[in-house]
Ligand binder design. Structure first.
Ligand SMILES: [Zn+2]
Length: 120
């Protein structure tokens, strides 16, 4: 994830550089108007890549904080109990961490990942 972001930054920077060089070169002896359009497109793609790379990290961090609890359908909240102390858990006690539901028990303060186990 982080490596992909760095690659996106590097490739984006190179694309912007190439775009600028193409627009620059279009004014030269061997340049043509088509270079300007091509350069703007390449530079634009590069800028979008850098923008998305910088945005993806902020979005991911934001998602971890504000993501609404979206549990798998087969988890019944009415019967959800803490595996450590058996205390009844509320939806507020479950937070999404790295895409997995993590339970923080309000009674015994134990923290564990919620697994989809068959009901008994
Ligand atoms: Zn507990």
């Amino acid at each position: 994830m982080r490596a992909g972001k760095i690659i996106a930054y590097i490739v984006g920077s190179i694309l912007v550089l190439f775009g600028v060089l193409l627009v620059w070169g279009s004014t030269g002896d061997q340049g043509s108007v088509g270079w300007i359009v091509f350069g703007i497109i390449i530079g634009g793609v590069g800028l979008v890549m850098i923008y998305l790379a910088s945005r993806s990290s902020a979005k991911a961090a934001d998602t971890n904080v504000t993501l609404n609890i979206d549990l798998p359908g087969n988890v019944n909240m009415d019967t959800l109990k803490c595996v450590a102390c058996g205390g009844t858990l509320k939806p507020e006690d479950i937070k999404m961490v790295a895409g997995a539901p993590v339970v923080t028990c309000p009674w015994c303060h134990s923290t564990y990942q919620l697994t989809e186990e068959p009901k008994w």
